[in-house]
Design a protein around this ligand. Structure first.
Ligand SMILES: CC(C)(COP(=O)(O)OP(=O)(O)OC[C@H]1O[C@@H](n2cnc3c(N)ncnc32)[C@H](O)[C@@H]1OP(=O)(O)O)[C@@H](O)C(=O)NCCC(=O)NCCSC(=O)C[C@H](O)C(=O)O
Ligand SMILES: [Mg+2]
Length: 356
């Protein structure tokens, strides 16, 4: 661990200054595509017009014999595409794989100026981030980059979860953390074979009425990921970085996908992964505060004046703490509205309606 005094110093001579704050840019969906898949690659220019983040995936879901093609594909796509305001991220192969070194060397050297964030899978502890941090500094210096690359960790091992606080604070490059429920389930020896989402067997049941143990007992399905997401959110908030829900593998089940994304949004996540084009609009909808919530939050802030004291609005008590809650919603809404005129208009219309 670096001394606190050196925390923001570059790790290699000539490397750019690490960031003091993580840039705030919309990242409601991190859209995964395989850069070696011609059909997906052809869709990138159009997807760039409707996604916050496009991620060229080099790790799991790319066959071992297609790793080099995916890496080369990402280099070509990055060079040829105007991404506009959309961020370009990549997920490199895991640190114990034979591909990751070439992933990092090639991508930073060839397209380091186009990439915003490097997603690192299967992070076990701060040592993994330190390794990537130093290597990126060396490569950035060699490539003459002026903007530091940011790092995003996937929380998908039992030891990663145990060490999530130290991972979140391991480097000033840390941009955020995503839940990786499939690898995490395997690492923990959980008995679900689903990629994210709930499980009908994970439930609580109401007590029996009388002697009959079967009649009239309601069951409620529980969220398998609640503990991990909540812990990840705290670790990220504590370190000024951003938490994300990861993948929802049942592409067909757009309803449960929306539920899982919304749970994450309500708990504090800023976005989720989209694995298929159909999940892009779900994430966009869920991770943008609703116009009604924004209008309400603006009203509370306005009626609370300097933000202190207590007032009743529509029968509900508001005080200093609820104003802070409302500011979270309004600040996010303002950030999103700044680049989305449709959303801005919807927020303004709802605010006018609540005022009239
Ligand atoms: C899941 C898929 C394999 C489904 O693909 P496909 O069977 O081709 O679906 P469709 O026929 O419905 O596709 C319609 C068209 O859309 C294109 N398409 C599909 N997905 C994408 C995409 N992600 N980006 C761009 N374009 C896409 C198809 O090519 C079709 O095109 P056309 O024929 O011209 O109309 C596929 O969606 C897929 O591979 N998705 C990404 C999977 C992925 O990245 N997985 C890794 C992330 S999850 C993970 O790693 C687990 C995590 O780490 C953990 O541990 O939890
Ligand atoms: Mg994984």
């Amino acid at each position: 661990m670096r001394s606190p005094k050196d925390f923001f110093a570059p790790l290699a001579v000539g490397a750019p200054q690490p960031p003091r704050q993580i840039p705030v840019r919309p990242s409601r969906m991190i859209h995964f595509f395989d850069p070696g898949n011609e059909k997906m690659a052809a869709k990138v220019p159009d997807l760039a017009k409707k996604t916050d983040v496009l991620l060229g995936n080099l790790e799991d879901a790319v066959r071992a014999d297609r790793k080099e093609a995916a890496r080369a594909g990402l280099v070509s796509i990055a060079k040829a595409t105007d991404f506009g305001r959309t961020q370009l991220w990549t997920r490199v192969n895991s640190l114990d794989s034979p591909w990751v070194l070439d992933d990092l060397i090639t991508l930073v050297t060839e397209i380091g100026d186009k990439l915003d964030v490097i997603m690192v899978p299967k992070v076990e502890g701060a040592q993994d981030i330190h390794y990537v941090d130093r290597l990126l500094a060396q490569l950035e210096a060699r490539a003459g980059l002026t903007k530091p690359l940011l790092v995003h960790a996937i929380l998908e091992t039992a030891s990663g979860v145990a060490n999530v606080e130290e991972i979140a604070g391991a480097s000033p490059r840390m941009q955020g953390i995503s839940l990786g429920p499939a690898d995490l389930a395997a690492s923990r020896r959980m008995k679900t074979t689903r990629v994210g989402g709930g499980h009908p067997g994970y439930l609580v049941r109401t007590d029996p009425i009388g002697e009959d143990l079967t009649e009239g007992r309601t069951t409620y399905q529980q969220d398998l990921w609640h503990y991990t997401v909540a812990r990840m959110v705290d670790a990220c908030a504590m370190n000024g970085i951003l938490p994300y829900y990861g993948p929802f593998g049942d592409i067909r089940d757009v309803v449960a996908c929306e539920d899982q994304f919304r749970n994450a949004f309500l708990l504090g996540c800023v976005g989720a992964w989209s694995l298929h084009p159909v999940q892009i609009d779900i994430a966009k909808k869920v991770f943008s505060p609703s116009p009604a919530d924004v209008a309400w939050a603006r009203r509370v802030i306005a009626e609370m004046g300097d933000g202190t004291g207590a007032v009743m609005i529509d029968g509900k008590m508001q005080d200093d703490a609820s104003v802070k809650q409302c500011r979270v919603v309004v600040e996010l809404a303002d950030e999103l509205a700044a680049t989305d005129p449709e959303l801005a208009a919807a927020y303004d219309a709802a605010t006018k309606e609540i005022q009239s």
